[in-house]
Design a protein around this ligand. Structure first.
Ligand code: UT7
Length: 330
């Protein structure tokens, strides 16, 4: 019998733009203050992709190039690029196609996957299935968002939260029991009303009026989303551990979506993980939507050891949420 194939993460790449938007900068733009932002969200600064002609693909491409260098492969070896994003370069074609061109992944097919802040976990699960099928050997999953493109910088309830960035992982077959072990993904379309962008889609195509009404920016009812997020992320994490007969003691690292420090802390507490086992970089990057989880992996990559159990967890627009167990492979 052929050994069971699992999808191992074999390299990580990342990219954040140089320009920083600090809490002090925001104090000059809207009625807010550093103390409020830090205590309510944990954020101190975010990165912003500045410059005309630059889009999500311009952050994803360097992240993927870095990943290829680290793994010692050329982009020509990539079979598929799955791009998780809510800020595609254009409505179509898929940003994955644009990225393929920018990195020279001439033998890859690719597509975008839109599941808001859970996009990376959804994409990781789909990418893992392609590897587990035995048909593909090298799948890149990239989470990227240029949130500054859809943030209203006169709305203090949203502009303090979001930032830009990209993180990517390479998935390859493994027959020794390392890689993506299990995933529990959920969605609930009734969450639409609490978090969405009103115009620019087929429901409300762009017009001068939709632009004047600022309908191309994020609309979020923060408190409602917060309540669902705290419960959703903790519940799904606990359920995934339970069905794998694991407890918090078996987990080396919690890798949570970085939306709000208080949501992260509540999730860690629920599964009994001390702060030193929780990846937190929200203070440096803010909420980069699909990029938060791979950017954590990127920041912590040198501290991870073969065999470490990682619990990845996310909650976001849709609503979408989920958790994934990863046994680190290198
Ligand atoms: O990643 C995708 C999923 N998104 C999330 O998970 C986000 C979840 N939500 C949150 O993180 C939080 O709800 C926010 C950070 C968005 C807001 O924090 P909050 O503690 O829920 O604040 P709030 O909306 O309840 O507002 C409390 C007060 C209000 O003033 P009053 O009515 O009590 O006088 C707001 O007007 O804080 C005020 N406020 C601010 N004050 C200073 C709201 N934003 C600001 C601000 N600076 N930037």
């Amino acid at each position: 019998m052929n050994p069971k194939i699992s999808a191992a993460i074999t390299a990580v790449g990342g990219f954040v733009p140089e320009t920083k938007l600090t809490n002090a900068d925001l104090e000059r733009m809207v009625d807010t203050n550093d103390e409020w932002i830090k205590s309510r969200t944990g954020i101190e600064e975010r990165r912003i992709l500045k410059g005309t002609g630059l889009a999500s693909s311009d952050m994803a491409a360097p992240a993927i190039k870095q990943l290829c260098e680290r793994r010692g492969i050329t982009p020509k070896e990539i079979d598929c690029i799955i791009c998780a994003t809510v800020t595609p370069d254009m409505v179509f074609p898929a940003t994955a196609n644009i990225i393929s061109d920018k990195v020279g992944a001439v033998n890859a097919f690719g597509f975008d996957l839109e599941a808001a802040c859970s996009g990376f976990l959804y994409s990781l699960t789909v990418g893992a299935s392609l590897i587990e099928s035995g048909r593909y050997k090298k799948i890149v999953v990239v989470g990227v968002d240029k949130m500054s493109a859809i943030v209203d910088y006169s709305d203090r309830t949203t502009c303090i939260i979001f930032g830009d960035g990209a993180g990517a992982v390479l998935l390859e077959p493994n027959t020794e029991g390392y890689g993506i072990m299990d995933s529990l993904l959920k969605s609930d379309g009734t969450g639409l009303k609490h978090l969405h962008m009103k115009a620019g889609g087929s429901l409300n195509p762009s017009t001068a009026e939709t632009v004047a009404n600022k309908q191309h920016y994020i609309y979020q009812e923060g408190q409602s989303v917060f309540k669902f997020a705290v419960k959703g992320m903790a519940d799904v994490s606990a359920e995934l551990l339970e069905r794998n007969n694991l407890t918090g003691d078996d987990i080396s690292w919690l890798v949570p979506h970085q939306a709000n420090r208080r949501i992260i802390d509540a999730t860690a507490e629920r599964i009994g993980l001390p702060p030193e086992k929780v990846m937190v970089n929200i203070h440096r990057y803010g909420n980069t939507t699909a990029a938060t989880i791979p950017l954590c992996l990127w920041d912590w990559k040198d501290q991870l050891h073969k065999g470490d159990n990682l619990l990845l967890a996310a909650f976001g627009g849709g609503f979408t949420w989920g958790a994934t167990l990863v046994k680190w492979a290198y």
